[in-house]
Write a protein that binds this ligand. Sequence first.
Ligand SMILES: Cc1cc2nc3c(=O)[nH]c(=O)nc-3n(C[C@H](O)[C@H](O)[C@H](O)COP(=O)(O)OP(=O)(O)OC[C@H]3O[C@@H](n4cnc5c(N)ncnc54)[C@H](O)[C@@H]3O)c2cc1C
Length: 178
Amino acid sequence: MFESTQELGLEPHLTPKSVDSLKCISCGLCEVGCSPGARWDSTRFVDDAVNKGAVLKTRSPVKKVIIEKERGRGVMVGSGSASKVYEADVVVLAAGGIGTPQILKASGLPAEDRLWVNIVLTLGGVLEGANQLNEPPMAWYTKEEDYILSPYIDILSHFLHEPWKNVSIQDQLDLWSN
Ligand SMILES: Cc1cc2nc3c(=O)[nH]c(=O)nc-3n(C[C@H](O)[C@H](O)[C@H](O)COP(=O)(O)OP(=O)(O)OC[C@H]3O[C@@H](n4cnc5c(N)ncnc54)[C@H](O)[C@@H]3O)c2cc1C
């Protein structure tokens, strides 16, 4: 598929992955647990910070950012008599697409009541013995103006989408568009 995409002039690129390539055995099971321990995520940076003396507070839902003179000076966690304030030089608010606007609003900062979502379309084809299930998903991508294309086997369609139920999962070859 990579070569065909090149021939079509779509200029595929290798997808940057949070994967230790020396440990990866290319089993294709990234999403359901990585038994060789090759996959990593940003919690690694949290561990690094803690090892260097940072204090990690879990079970501390942030209610609002404390703002003084137009600068974030800390956060308030908990509520009522159980609330606490953690002072800070810098506040990095990263509570996700739903949590962040709630905290912004509670802090008196503007946030819009709109949520943007991206739409995923999987294009399926049949290729005998493709065995796409046995390769890492989305190993490469092409970037068009408004979307990307990337190889990704849509297992749900195999089980739930009527026309695909009779196609062997080994023969299903899919492309993800998003
Ligand atoms: C089903 C699904 C599939 C996806 N697949 C992909 C993919 O294949 N590739 C890709 O690149 N992206 C994918 N995404 C998108 C990706 O997961 C998000 O873009 C990314 O996780 C956003 O990271 P974040 O750190 O901004 O927020 P999040 O990962 O949402 O992290 C926010 C954190 O803040 C915590 N939090 C929330 N409120 C508070 C609070 N008041 N106090 C303290 N903590 C709080 C939450 O518990 C959470 O741990 C997918 C998303 C979904 C839902």
